[in-house]
Design a binder for this molecule. Structure first.
Ligand code: PLP
Length: 269
């Protein structure tokens, strides 16, 4: 089978060699002062970018928080051109990155860790220390900013402790989200997710799709609620719905048929 080609493009310039350095050394994005989107692409004729419109909607909201505008049709054209040869039967990761300086799109083969994650993840809880902060738009909670140093450090900590992923807890011990995914769980015959407004929780496009298809309610969540649940999943664009196999070392039930339903909803265009 043909493989996904590494590709890189710069908004306004077009495609460049995939490994060329395209960001100036003083680009604000290098200080985390920027925003991005990560999207799943199914290869085919034509390739299908999963929920491109919803990702561009969030991209526009992120841009507004930076007092920047997104030229939507320019990004759509860039996405179409950089994804045009993703081979049928393969999947690719598309990343759109923007700052006041540079705007880029990259296409890469789906990382092996993403495929492994779809089979299930072992998760630990980690303190994030933040609390609900109303009327504070400068905290950029709803924007997908490039400031991922803490998120990456949490994932490294999870791996250091022999697990795959983490769930952040706020100062009151309530679950927020994972470093790169939203939390969904099943209890009492319903789907649940932690509240998002004014908290350190990114409004995920995958969670929004699952909410539209299956109906998901918000309720505060503590780790004990997950231990008593019928199942829990991490939702994100590339992994789709990753079943949580254990939390802080305690096994959680994994329901294969619920995971199949969720995965179908999460990974479809
Ligand atoms: N929360 C955070 C912090 C994320 O980084 C992500 C995705 O990268 C998500 C949630 C899930 O968002 P989406 O479903 O749009 O990929």
């Amino acid at each position: 089978m043909d493989e996904v080609r590494n590709r890189t493009a710069v908004l306004g310039t077009g495609e460049v060699p995939w490994d060329s350095p395209v960001v100036p050394a003083d680009d604000p994005g290098l200080r985390g002062d920027g925003f991005f989107e990560t999207l799943l692409v199914h290869g085919g004729i034509p390739p299908r970018v999963v929920r491109l419109e919803q990702h561009l909607d969030r991209f526009e909201r992120s841009a507004a928080a930076f007092d920047l505008a997104v030229d939507r049709s320019a990004w759509e054209n860039l996405v179409t051109s950089i994804t045009d040869d993703v081979p049928t039967g393969t999947e690719a990761a598309l990343r759109l990155t923007a700052s006041a300086g540079t705007c880029t799109a990259t296409l890469r083969p789906l990382p092996e860790s993403v495929r492994r994650g779809r089979d299930g993840v072992h998760v630990i809880t980690l303190a994030r220390g933040t609390s609900t902060t109303p009327d504070a738009p400068w905290l950029l909670n709803a924007a997908k900013t490039s400031s991922y140093a803490v998120n990456s450090a949490a994932l490294r900590e999870a791996r250091r402790r022999g697990t795959d992923d983490a769930l952040f807890l706020d100062a009151a011990g309530e679950v927020l989200e994972a470093p790169t995914a939203n939390l969904l769980w099943r209890a009492g015959g319903r789907w649940w997710t932690p509240p998002q407004a004014d908290r350190d929780v990114l409004p995920g496009t995958t969670l929004a799709a699952v909410t539209a298809a299956l109906g998901v309610r918000e309720t505060p969540c503590r780790p004990d609620d997950l231990l008593a649940a019928d199942g829990a999943w991490l939702l994100s664009s590339l992994r789709g719905a990753a079943p949580v196999r254990s939390l802080d070392g305690t096994p959680l039930p994994v329901d294969g048929s619920l995971t199949t339903v969720l995965r179908r909803t999460a990974l479809e265009p």
